[in-house]
Design a protein around this ligand. Structure first.
Ligand SMILES: Nc1ncnc2c1ncn2[C@@H]1O[C@H](COP(=O)(O)OP(=O)(O)OP(=O)(O)O)[C@@H](O)[C@H]1O
Ligand SMILES: [Mg+2]
Length: 347
């Protein structure tokens, strides 16, 4: 029998995912008899990475929110194995979903954006910029969107809660090209508007499978200022309002984007109203169930097209009523003319 691998009391079951800095495993916590996700740092463990990892742990601990992954335990800064014990989110991340299922409909993507804007509203109360919002770092489970991977956050203000007492003025270019705002790619000082750029890039990616500035990253890693490619090139059914929303998120100049997550959320809510979506989580849950059963709920008619169908049948009813009305009207006219007014000669 092979010996079970464990990290402290957590018995490792299988690998869930892997990124640049670490591996995430599904594990069992025998003390509380529950499944957990253990994120183990696999990168070279020097003082800098210990510091970063600790910041990730503290940020997740402080940012308790329904749309942010929850932290249960942390290895602490010392020792050889650095790990975070997170709630296990059994659903898929959106990158895996996209690979399996292909592009999402506009209204489903808007639901994702709505939940992300809630997570961002919360993060910015603590002056935390995520810096790596992309489909891989967003999970979906039972209609709940969960933002994960706070490994490269930037804190904009000194914070005793987060143990940050000094803010470096220079920013390294960290993140994922394609979802990174130009100022982030160029290592300039950045603020929360780079997360708004990333949400726009995610919306674009989820609905088209492409990126808004696909040739934008030049060989030296700088922002190449390629033109914004209209997402309707790939998904012609996208509405003007949606394209405008995405365009505003991914504007080259931060001041041309939505100013903050509140503004972003307002715009997303308008989009959802256009699609007559009221129950965001229900719609996401329906979408997810269809992913699991490989049944295309995305091909179901949207409430808007149902509305159109209703107005279409209205036109038919009106036409029938008009024809009957004309027939009845002319019969009445003939009856009046013939028998009451005597205008027509008797047959
Ligand atoms: N709590 C969780 N429950 C289930 N799956 C998870 C969880 N956290 C992460 N995953 C999966 O593991 C993958 C990698 O996780 P994460 O993004 O946190 O690590 P990473 O990319 O290695 O981080 P970093 O960018 O700091 O190197 C995710 O894309 C997701 O598929
Ligand atoms: Mg990741």
């Amino acid at each position: 029998m092979t010996k079970a691998i464990a990290i402290d009391r957590y018995r490792i079951d299988r690998l869930l995912g892997q990124g640049a800095m670490g591996r995430v495993y599904l594990a069992h916590d025998p003390k509380l008899n529950r499944e957990v996700a253990v994120k183990v740092l696999t990168a070279r463990v020097d003082e800098r990475t210990r510091e970063r990892f600790e910041l990730e742990a503290r940020a997740i601990a402080v940012l308790k929110h329904p749309n942010i992954v929850e932290l249960y335990d942390y290895s602490g800064r010392a020792g050889t194995d650095l790990y975070l014990v997170l709630e296990y989110v059994p659903g898929k991340d959106l990158y895996a979903t996209l690979l399996e299922r292909g592009p999402m409909r506009e209204r489903t993507a808007l639901c994702v954006a709505h939940e992300l804007s809630l997570a961002l509203q919360h993060a910015y109360r603590f002056k935390v910029v995520h810096r790596d919002i992309k489909p891989e770092n967003v999970m979906l489970h039972r209609g709940r969107i969960v933002l994960a991977d706070f490994g490269v956050i930037k804190v904009l203000e000194a914070s005793a809660l987060l143990g940050v007492d000094e803010i470096a003025s220079h920013t390294q270019a960290i993140g994922t090209p394609g979802f990174m705002a130009p100022e982030q790619l160029e290592g300039h000082n950045l603020d929360h508007r780079c997360d708004i750029f990333a949400v726009g890039a995610v919306l674009y990616n989820l609905t088209t499978g492409h990126l808004p500035y696909e040739s934008a990253v030049s060989e030296d890693g700088r922002f190449g200022r390629g033109d914004f490619v209209d997402p309707r090139t790939y998904a012609p059914e996208l509405t003007d309002a949606f394209v405008e929303l995405v365009k505003r998120c991914v504007a080259i100049k931060p001041r041309e984007r939505f100013n903050d997550p509140d503004e972003l959320r307002d715009a997303v809510l308008k989009g959802l109203a256009q699609h007559r979506v009221i129950e965001v989580r229900q719609l996401l849950e329906d979408y997810e169930v269809a992913v699991d059963t490989a049944e295309a709920s995305e091909s179901l008619p949207t409430p808007v097209s149902k509305g159109k169908a209703r107005s279409g049948s209205g036109v038919v009813i009106a036409l029938v009523a008009f024809v009957f009305g004309m027939a009845a009207g002319s019969a009445a006219f003939f009856w009046l003319a013939r028998y009451v007014l005597g205008l027509l000669a008797p047959l």
